[in-house]
Design a protein around this ligand. Structure first.
Ligand SMILES: C[S@@+](CC[C@H](N)C(=O)[O-])C[C@H]1O[C@@H](n2cnc3c(N)ncnc32)[C@H](O)[C@@H]1O
Length: 316
């Protein structure tokens, strides 16, 4: 214990960011310097999460546009590695297992296994999984590879045997991006059918979650053809609640403004719509029952700080 001249303990003013990686507030600001530094460190590893998504059609622009037709856009959505790192650290026990029913790009798997967790991802597209496996082999030792299944999660999840410590995913936002022409691909379905099958998959994923375990879905709302929000966020919440996992936290993920600055004026003037610059990070907790229970590590701040300092010094 450090003391001052008078023998009183010196209490150090440790920043929340130093203790918890990011301040544990209900707004996660990805524009901040700390977040951007972590993101850059991950990118230096060489993760290319856009690979395997070359054929994806992006719909313009049910988020906030003033036209609703299909139009190809230059970029597909790429998941943020700094968000993966944060969620794994906050909600998965050390070395724990992670289940992702809509794997998409390679980033969630690579970040997980790089940090010593064990990731299992399911995706309906063979080319996506082939690309993810190829990238993981470049960046991780052979005995630390994420596990992938190709198939419809509605089927694969019923056949999976293990129980998992964390469910973590970024599902299709209805038909905002259309991934394939397969009828089981959620992004090809009409919204009502989409929500029905989506809820079935969530139910099966929650069945594979250990008692007391967390599930995190990163979602963004989408608009219908008349421009009204579908309230996809509420539909996601209801699906988890019906599956036996309560809504535990909701954070707004503030995105860098990027081209929103250029688009916002026109979008607002033409239809009074606000340009969306956030996504919703929904955290659910499975109600505790007997059986497999997640052993969460303590939330002792010093212990967590020491762990993070260690891997920043030694691993990234
Ligand atoms: C939103 S994407 C993931 C995008 C995310 N931003 C990323 O890169 O990680 C969702 C994924 O779900 C997959 N998908 C759609 N329907 C599925 C189903 N029934 N079973 C498994 N995967 C499915 C798509 O192929 C797509 O790769």
């Amino acid at each position: 214990m450090e003391v001052d001249l008078f023998g009183n303990e010196i209490v150090k003013d440790v920043l929340l960011r130093d203790k918890f990686m990011e301040p544990p507030f209900s707004v996660l600001d990805t524009k901040g310097g700390g977040w951007q530094t972590r993101k850059r460190q991950w990118k230096k590893l060489g993760i290319e999460s856009h690979l395997g998504r070359e054929g994806v059609v992006v719909i313009n622009n049910s988020f906030d546009g003033d036209k609703y037709g299909r139009k190809s856009m230059p970029e597909v959505s790429i998941f943020d590695p700094a968000l993966c790192e944060l969620i794994y650290n906050w909600y998965c026990p050390d070395g724990g297992t992670i289940l992702d029913p809509f794997a998409g790009g390679s980033v969630r798997g690579i970040v997980a296994n790089y940090l010593g967790y064990k990731y299992t991802g399911i995706d309906i597209r063979q080319e996506q999984i082939d690309s993810n496996r190829e990238q993981s082999l470049k960046l991780l030792p052979v005995d630390k590879q994420p596990q992938y299944y190709v198939g419809d999660s509605n089927v694969v999840l019923t056949e999976l045997i293990p129980m998992y410590d964390l469910v973590f995913s970024c599902p299709p936002y209805a038909d905002l991006e259309v991934y394939s022409e397969m009828k089981e691909d959620l992004s090809t379905m009409e919204y009502n059918e989409f929500i029905k099958v989506y809820a079935e998959i969530i139910k099966k994923a929650v069945t594979k979650l250990k008692s007391g375990g967390y599930a995190c879905f990163v979602v963004g709302d989408i608009r219908d053809k008349k421009g009204f929000y579908r309230d996809f966020i509420s539909h996601t919440k209801q699906a988890f609640i019906n599956a036996g996992a309560g809504l535990y936290n909701e954070a707004i993920l503030l995105q860098p403004l990027g081209t929103a600055m250029l688009r916002a004026g026109k979008i607002f003037e033409s239809g009074r719509k606000l340009t969306k610059v956030h996504e919703n990070v929904l955290i659910f907790k499975k109600h505790e029952k007997d059986g497999f229970t997640v052993l969460h590590r303590g939330t002792d701040c010093n212990e967590m700080t020491a762990k993070w300092e260690d891997y920043y010094r030694g691993r990234l």
